[in-house]
Design a protein. Structure first.
Ligand SMILES: Nc1ncnc2c1ncn2[C@@H]1O[C@H](COP(=O)(O)OP(=O)(O)OP(=O)(O)O)[C@@H](O)[C@H]1O
Length: 226
């Protein structure tokens, strides 16, 4: 099984049967093979966040199949979906969402402890990840003592802390100025490439999209190669 994520004929409608009913996804299909990095581009309101939530097992489609790492999770219980999310997925958002009272190292260590990794091994991995993004010297800084680009690089490390199969990112550098965005996106791509991770990365920035393996456009409720 070499596909990490398959979405098959995904449909999602909000407020069904009400005057404000809105059909957002109308048979969206997507397959991400192991190691592929896919850009997701969409006009505002087209359903990019809805699709990422469904792929991330945070929301369920009205119909269609979600297969993650070979497991069909379409009709799975909340417990199984949560377990699959913890084991297989990493998330990055526009804002870093780091815990302010903890250091960079602790922010990357904590999700590993929650996953059952012993503290020593978790810290070694956290240090290794920080080194990879050039932040070894910032390990003991709290988020407030880091620049926006550094905060986001720590957030990338945290997303990779538990060794996910797939990274889902929603405008991961959208909060940064263009020059910083470019460098920080480079750091993310290096991390993803080094670990052989697959990724689905939503962006409005076509220059960043062009640096990924494939661009998918979400429009009219369906996904098409751009
Ligand atoms: N929980 C909800 N209830 C009702 N409508 C919703 C809900 N979530 C999203 N929508 C609507 O569904 C459509 C798609 O929303 P979504 O957030 O997925 O778009 P998006 O492509 O991520 O937009 P943007 O790029 O502006 O963030 C929008 O019209 C939105 O108003």
């Amino acid at each position: 099984m070499s596909d990490v994520l398959t979405l098959e004929m995904i449909e999602k409608c909000y407020n069904r049967g009400k005057p404000n009913e809105i059909a957002v996804l109308k048979g969206a299909n997507l397959t991400i093979p192991r190691g592929e990095v896919v850009a997701l581009v969409a006009p505002s309101g087209a359903g990019k966040s809805t699709l990422l939530h469904i792929a991330g097992l945070l929301d369920t489609p009205d119909s269609g199949r979600v297969v993650l790492g070979g497991q069909d999770l379409s009709g799975a219980s909340d417990r199984r979906r949560t377990a699959a999310r913890r084991a297989d997925l990493g998330f990055v958002y526009q804002f870093h969402h780091l815990l302010p009272e903890f250091t960079a190292l602790e922010n990357i260590t904590l999700p590993q402890l929650a996953n059952g990794t012993p503290r020593k091994a978790a810290e070694v991995r956290a240090k290794h990840l920080l080194e990879r993004v050039g932040l070894a010297a910032r390990a003991d800084h709290r988020p407030s003592a880091l620049s926006g680009g550094e905060q986001q690089r720590v957030a990338f490390c945290r997303a990779l802390a538990n060794g996910p199969k797939l990274l889902l990112a929603d405008e991961p550098t959208g909060n940064l100025d263009p020059a910083t965005s470019d460098t920080v996106f480079g750091a993310l791509m290096e991390l993803v490439r080094d670990t052989g991770l697959s990724a689905l990365i939503a962006t409005h920035n076509m220059e960043l999209a062009a640096r990924m393996d494939r661009i998918l456009r979400l429009d009219g409720g369906r996904l098409e190669d751009a």
